[in-house]
Write a protein that binds this ligand. Structure first.
Ligand code: ATP
Ligand code: MG
Length: 308
């Protein structure tokens, strides 16, 4: 690592040799060592430059004494962690990139559904074209804005958008979602919407979570989806349920559903439910899965209602 030969080590002071390693971290370690009288051993990770190359090192420093307890020197051992840390960083970036890709994919569903709807209404020369145009463009603009926020937040902070809580009426969110799926022929959404007290929610993110559940249900080949809301006054939670009569989930897979990258689909990333569960826990809520009777799957979200 230091490219040292025997000849230019022996007889030199540790300061001279370690001088090749340019590191504030190491300097302060050595300074502490010189100040401390009874020093025996220390270790730490340092960032350094060797011949202007950045490296990450783990350093172990031990004081050597002879049998009489007299100081005879110090032993310094370096472990080069550069490769390991670079590899870890590359993996972390891949994770972030995959998550970003999934988040970008999410708003594409509403944009596509709205555009298809517009085209259909236009072809039909439908009477309500004006109204559909207004609603669909609003959805598209909203989704494009949320994409922009995502990208801004990511480039500024290198992380997913923070949660932005607002007093929210769940019914309104559900209605916006229903509008999106109005013209999806393969699946009918049946609703039973009980009034619930308002909740504190990031409306975009909560909507996205529910859309993820609906998309999963559609991909599970269901003809009908039940979307229910209700209020549990005992637990003081609002409940949102998405149930389907699709292929269902095997018992042994239920534990893994919410983990990132668990997918049984050919083109699935397995990030959908992991993101849903993060969104729900950011709302101090809870999500679980059950079998739907007689067939299919039921996801249940519980969110604390707003305290008056
Ligand atoms: N409604 C459902 N019915 C049956 N299986 C489901 C349902 N929802 C989720 N799953 C199972 O859970 C797995 C994980 O879902 P998740 O949304 O996290 O990823 P995915 O849908 O496979 O991929 P992506 O969301 O990236 O398209 C799915 O692959 C599927 O096996
Ligand atoms: Mg999914």
């Amino acid at each position: 690592m230091l490219n040292l030969s025997r000849d230019n080590i022996i007889g030199k002071s540790h300061r001279e040799i370690l001088g090749k390693i340019k590191s504030d971290d190491l300097n302060s370690m050595l300074k502490k060592l010189e100040e401390e009288k009874d020093f025996k051993f220390t270790e730490g990770e340092i960032h350094a430059y060797i011949d202007s190359k950045p490296v990450n090192l783990r350093v172990y420093i031990t004081v050597l004494k002879n049998s009489k307890g007299n100081f005879i020197g110090i032993l310094v051992v370096f472990d080069d962690l550069t490769e390991i840390i670079n590899a870890q960083r590359a993996i972390a970036w891949q994770e972030v990139a995959k998550r970003i890709a999934h988040e970008i994919k999410n708003p594409l569903t509403p944009i596509q559904l709205s555009t298809e709807r517009l085209l259909k209404k236009w072809d039909e020369k439908a009477d309500d074209f004006g109204e559909v145009l207004k609603r669909s463009t609003k959805t598209i603009v909203n989704e494009v804005n949320s994409l922009r926020n995502l990208v801004n937040e990511f480039s500024r902070f290198g992380k997913m958008p923070r949660i932005n809580l607002q007093t929210t009426n769940i019914k309104l969110i559900i209605e916006e979602i229903l509008n999106l799926y109005n013209d999806v022929k393969e699946t009918t959404i049946i609703t039973s919407l009980q009034d619930t007290p308002e909740i504190e929610a990031d409306q975009e993110q909560l909507k996205r979570a529910i859309i993820n559940l609906i998309d999963n249900a559609i991909q599970a080949k269901t003809e009908r989806i039940w979307l229910n809301t209700s209020y549990d006054p005992f637990l003081e939670v609002a409940r949102i349920e998405v149930a389907d009569e699709g292929i269902g989930i095997k018992e042994e897979e239920k534990d893994k559903l919410f983990l990132p990258y668990f997918s049984t689909k050919k083109d699935g990333t397995g990030l959908g439910l992991a993101i849903v569960s993060t969104i729900i826990s950011k709302h101090r809520g809870y999500i679980r899965v059950k079998n739907n009777e007689p067939k299919g799957t039921r996801f249940i979200i519980e969110l604390p209602v707003r305290q008056k």
